[in-house]
Design a protein. Structure first.
Length: 186
């Protein structure tokens, strides 16, 4: 069953991407209902602007500013909410794991101060061993803008540059968990 779910996500991603290089999140049936998954943050979790701004797609050549993943208002606080597929949420709340199983899915929602509409949603989908060693075998999908559209897929340097180095918890930082007992080591 787990393999079937992982395969369904892969098929949905490939099919939606082939039809439109920047499809909206709504086309990804297995991902679009991420907000119905278990939230592993205790509501919006405040993050430092410099950390929040690291999680954006690399701008393609000729991209006009502002970047859809950036918040335009200076001085406003930035927040994330993290959701995980049911099995993944249970694993995240337990002891740290050195390796999440294939098919694990995590969604990080980026919010600006006072807004419930996401500026971006980043998904990490665990793939088979060896599929992306530099990114700890996670596939990254980043949706930005209004409406949320796919802006990066696969192994963007902005994603795996941080998450690939996080060996302590297999690419997940987890410092946002409400009890704090599984925060990542620096």
């Amino acid at each position: 069953m787990k393999a079937i779910a992982a395969a369904a996500v892969a098929v949905a991603v490939c099919t939606a991407y082939r039809a439109d290089p920047n499809p909206p999140l709504a086309k990804f049936k297995e991902l679009r209902d991420y907000s119905s998954w278990e939230e592993v943050t205790d509501g919006p979790h405040k993050v430092l602007p410099r950390i929040w701004n690291l999680c954006i797609a690399p701008p393609p050549p000729g991209w006009e500013l502002p970047h859809p993943g950036a918040v335009e208002a200076q001085g406003e606080d930035r927040y994330i909410r993290v959701f995980a597929s049911p099995r993944t949420a249970r694993l995240m709340r337990g002891s740290r794991l050195e390796r999440y199983p294939k098919g694990s899915v995590v969604a990080k929602v980026k919010l600006g101060e006072g807004s419930s509409h996401p500026v971006a949603v980043a998904f990490m989908i665990k793939r088979k061993p060896g599929s992306n060693p530099e990114g700890r075998d996670w596939q990254y999908l980043l949706f930005e803008g209004r409406p949320l559209r796919l802006s990066a897929k696969g192994a963007p340097s902005t994603c795996q540059g941080c998450h690939g180095k996080q060996a302590y918890t297999d690419g997940l930082y987890r410092s946002y968990l409400s009890d704090g007992h599984v925060a990542a080591k620096p």
